[in-house]
Ligand binder design. Structure first.
Ligand code: FE2
Ligand code: FE2
Length: 190
């Protein structure tokens, strides 16, 4: 996280005032709601909830689409070059998309949680991605918010319970810098 803070500090030098307003609030609330849905899906305090998992998958895919297709391109256009943190975000988004293909089992839930716990702070932190995007949007903020709120639902195809899909997810995880052993079953896993 120290290296990320340094990178963000370097990158935000040119931005006179970093804004934390409506864009920040909207996206941070999505993180909180996704966290709740994931807990519900994983059966925190109860049984695994496959319906909640399906809603989580669709909402996370839509959230990632907003970041990849609206926020990062806008930031690149206004900044004149891609945000330094963009490749890191894209690796995490790719890992999450691969993990969302997994069936609702404990090892999938704990791995998705680990990636989100590392990823979301990069966006929510002071001088992080959301503050940078909000500042770069400037007078285009209302249009940006409109694009975000009108982004349609992203349908998620069915999850796949096969070793091929787990193996693929492990490779993508490793490429993104996470420990692929997170996906190895523990004693007592469902
Ligand atoms: Fe993200
Ligand atoms: Fe996010």
């Amino acid at each position: 996280m120290k290296a990320v803070r340094l990178m963000l500090a370097e990158e935000t030098k040119g931005l006179s005032i970093l804004r934390r307003g409506e864009l920040y609030a909207l996206m941070a609330v999505e993180h909180a709601e996704l966290d709740e849905l994931l807990d519900k899906a994983a059966g925190k305090g109860g049984a695994i909830d496959t319906e909640a998992y399906q809603r989580f998958r669709e909402r996370l895919l839509r959230h990632i689409r907003i970041e990849e297709r609206i926020l990062l391109p806008m930031a690149e256009r206004k900044h004149g070059l891609a945000l330094a943190i963009a490749p890191r975000l894209r690796l995490d988004h790719g890992a999450l998309a691969a993990l969302l293909m997994l069936p609702p089992v404990n090892r999938a839930f704990r791995t998705i949680r680990a990636v989100l716990d590392a990823h979301n702070p990069l966006e929510e932190i002071e001088s992080g991605v959301y503050e940078q995007c909000e500042s770069l949007a400037g007078s285009e903020i209302d249009e940006l918010l409109r694009q975000i709120t009108t982004t349609p639902r992203v349908p998620a195809s069915s999850w796949v319970d096969s070793t091929t899909v787990f193996d693929a997810a492990q490779r993508v995880l490793a490429r993104a810098g996470y420990n692929p052993a997170l996906l190895v079953p523990n004693d007592g896993d469902l």
